[in-house]
Design a protein around this ligand. Structure first.
Ligand code: ZN
Length: 411
């Protein structure tokens, strides 16, 4: 069952709709947003140059740190296409950064994701994200209301109260951080409750932190519920969400998502790892080509759930935690996958240098046993496309929290 028919569009239908939404947005932004007009000017572009979905990618991305400084220096008005008093709400997130909310229904676009996670009309949902100043609680409550769920605005903390609410009311849904749901579960157990018979949690929607599979399984087992995650930011709202098949996250129909080279901001071939650049179809605060700083890649294979949107293959790290060597991006998260194949590796670190102006990549390995350096190099090269030098250190030769990527190059 799907939330709406946009989720089964053909690629052509989807692109046509995306371009229509972006064209409307571009016109609105060109009229109202000083930020957008300045960005166009600086890039030597006019609105006429952005005349297709492909041409749209010529617009340089807007980075979060630019957004923070623009808001501080030019004021929020500079970025809006309406007067602040015409908005519905203005939140503030750490940064500090203002997050304006426009008047359209389901402004942050989470309803589709909640529905995919299994929330239905008649569910009673306990919301444990904060309602104070940051958008989290309200941003996620309104789509639940749109689906027809009732919401308990519990907010974070007061774990005993959370348990009491779940015990006394027929709470079927949870929204919050997976790690917090685990804390609630452990508290309930310590109070002598049987989580599967004394409580009725059936579906949990989690966000705001990395979700290790082990934690998902642990919480699912603890409560006898399903745990699904959504991915988005306080600036743009929903970007992607999991369906009942927890492999990858479907791109939301309410935004246009590109995977880009973090250095140039240009889209990469399908399947390659790069930065998530998102354009939500929201008009009051147009964030055209907003660079999230998160790294991912797209899964093209169709999903058994029937949704035809592409899926993000998890979040693989941060774009600022990468370096380009010989035309290839080095992602510590990918190196971690390689290191995991060798149990003798106690700790590791990638060091990039450029003696004599020539890039060199080395991996320092703190080893608790012997290792076949050639096998490590081959596994590294298979995933990261570069063959590193291997420097062997004793098991305690590197701190566990040592930086994974050290760029010693001078330019
Ligand atoms: Zn699916």
């Amino acid at each position: 069952m799907l939330y709406h028919d946009l989720e089964t569009h053909s690629p052509e239908e989807r692109q046509a709709r995306q371009w229509q939404a972006i064209r409307t947005l571009l016109k609105k932004a060109a009229k109202g947003s000083g930020e957008f007009r300045t960005r166009l000017d600086r890039a030597g572009l006019t609105l006429r140059d952005l005349d297709s979905l492909t041409a749209f990618s010529a617009l340089p991305p807007l980075r979060k740190k630019e957004l923070i400084s623009l808001q501080a220096e030019r004021g929020l008005d500079w970025l809006l296409t309406c007067k602040p008093g015409k908005l519905r709400r203005i939140y503030q997130s750490p940064g500090p950064i203002f997050d304006p909310e426009g008047a359209q229904a389901d402004y942050w676009g989470w309803a589709e994701g909640f529905f995919a996670a299994g929330f239905r009309s008649g569910d009673l949902v306990q919301m444990t994200f904060s309602y104070h100043l940051t958008p989290a609680g309200l941003m996620l409550e309104e789509p639940l209301r749109a689906i027809g769920c009732a919401v308990i605005p519990a907010g974070p903390g007061n774990t005993e109260v959370q348990v009491e609410l779940m015990r006394r009311l027929p709470v079927t849904g949870f929204v919050g951080m997976a790690s917090y749901l685990k804390v609630i579960g452990e508290k309930a157990r310590s109070l002598g409750l049987d989580l599967r018979t004394d409580l009725s949690i059936r579906t949990a929607f989690v966000a705001a932190e990395r979700l290790p599979e082990a934690l998902r399984l642990e919480v699912e087992e603890l409560f006898g519920c399903t745990v699904r995650q959504g991915y988005g930011t306080a600036d743009v709202g929903c970007i992607a969400y999991e369906c009942e098949q927890p492999r990858g996250m479907h791109l939301s129909s309410r935004a246009y998502v590109e995977i880009c080279d973090p250095a140039t901001g240009q889209p990469l071939p399908l399947g390659e790892t790069g930065e998530v650049v998102v354009t939500p179809f929201t008009r009051e605060y147009p964030l055209l080509r907003f660079a999230t700083g998160d790294l991912s890649s797209l899964i093209e294979a169709p999903c058994p759930c029937g949704r035809t949107s592409l899926r993000l293959d998890g979040i693989k790290g941060r774009a600022d935690d990468t370096a380009k060597v010989k035309g290839q991006f080095i992602y510590p998260a990918q190196a971690a996958q390689v290191a995991a194949q060798f149990p003798q590796i106690a700790a590791w670190q990638i060091v990039i240098s450029n003696p004599g102006g020539k890039d060199r990549i080395a991996v320092r390995l703190a080893l608790s046993g012997g290792i076949d350096a050639g096998a490590f190099q081959a596994a590294f090269q298979a995933l990261l496309k570069l063959k590193p030098e291997v420097q062997v250190l004793p098991a305690d030769g590197l701190a566990q929290d040592a930086r994974r990527l050290v760029d010693e190059r001078s330019f």
